[in-house]
Design a protein around this ligand. Structure first.
Ligand SMILES: Cc1ncc(COP(=O)(O)O)c(C=O)c1O
Length: 303
């Protein structure tokens, strides 16, 4: 990661500069900087309505980025060690749908865990691909799923030699990170494309005491809810493709299929700012969180 370059926030800067201009808007949204908004909307959102902007070619285009948005996504790719990163204004839900659409067609088999998120099922419905299940292990005492392990992956591969891709939820909804690097290796040995729902793992790459992030484990395509574990606005996520992933252009096309053509620029700017925060301060923030978590664990265990 280029720490010096990571200080930049090109898209947030461009949005800020645009808002400081004394502009007369002949563009959407129809409330015209808030003056035409319903009274209760004005009372609720106040001066924020002046910055309610989206779909301004002056500021770049999410689906054909050439200016500050392109640079913002390149900086995100650098921060996360991806070959290419896409911003999502429709959460990890859109990222998961897009990665399945990009690699699967009707009738293709995808290996998935039993506890896959509903967006995985949406991706299967949209693409026409078929699920085959990897069995998960369960922690007896805590009664939570630990996700599939290498043995359950091997069993699913043996039963479904026709499978084209495998999708893991990593970490699980309960925050448990399984043996992903080992499973990625097994999957690749069998020619499977590895997709990862890392909705709860946008923070993993920034501290060595946390489990390795999915890209570091060798995954091909990784969907992350930036809004869940780091500082961007609700509804914002990133989709990362590893360097050299041959389906990257199809991923770009699929991301345009599943998102609005009027993305809110706050969402995109908040992804830019959250990336900068994690790149520059992520380790220190996580060090503090880990300290507090260890302390809480110690005190709870002493009860
Ligand atoms: C495991 C998992 N995957 C995917 C998603 C979808 O993420 P988003 O809410 O960012 O669309 C969620 C949301 O809770 C989730 O828990």
């Amino acid at each position: 990661m280029n720490k010096e370059a990571q200080k930049r926030t090109p898209f947030a800067d461009a949005l800020e500069e645009y808002c400081q201009q004394q502009m007369v808007p002949f563009h959407t949204p129809g409330h015209k900087l808030g003056t035409g908004a319903p009274c209760r909307e004005q009372a609720l959102f106040g001066t924020a309505l002046r910055q309610d902007l989206g779909l301004m070619y002056a500021l770049d285009d999410l689906f054909q980025p050439e200016g500050p948005l392109r640079e913002a996504m390149e900086l995100a790719a650098d921060a996360y060690g991806a070959g290419r990163t896409f911003f999502s204004v429709n959460g990890t839900t859109a990222c998961i749908e897009a990665m399945i659409l990009a690699v699967c067609g009707p009738g293709d088999t995808v290996l998935i865990p039993r506890e896959a998120h509903r967006s995985v099922l949406s991706g299967l419905i949209l693409s026409g691909a078929m699920p085959a299940y990897m069995e998960s292990r369960y922690a007896g005492r805590e009664e939570v799923s630990l996700g599939p392990d290498p043995a359950s992956l091997q069993a699913a591969i043996a039963a479904h030699g026709e499978a084209k891709a495998v999708l893991f939820t990593y970490p699980t909804y309960d925050g448990l990170a399984g043996r992903l690097a080992e499973m990625v290796q097994i999957a690749h040995q069998h020619g499977l494309i590895v997709l990862v729902d890392e909705a709860h793992g946008a923070h993993l790459a920034f501290h060595e005491d946390l489990p390795a992030d999915a890209l570091a484990c060798g995954a091909d395509c990784v969907a992350q809810s930036t809004h869940k574990l780091t500082g961007s606005l609700t509804q914002t996520s990133m989709l990362h493709c590893r360097k050299g992933f041959p389906y990257t252009e199809r991923v770009a096309a699929a991301m345009a299929l599943v998102q609005s053509t009027s993305p809110h620029y706050w969402f995109l700017a908040s992804l830019d700012l959250a990336r900068q925060q994690m790149a520059l301060e992520g380790r220190a923030l996580e060090e503090k969180a880990l300290f507090l978590a260890r302390q809480a664990r110690k005190q709870l265990n002493a009860l």
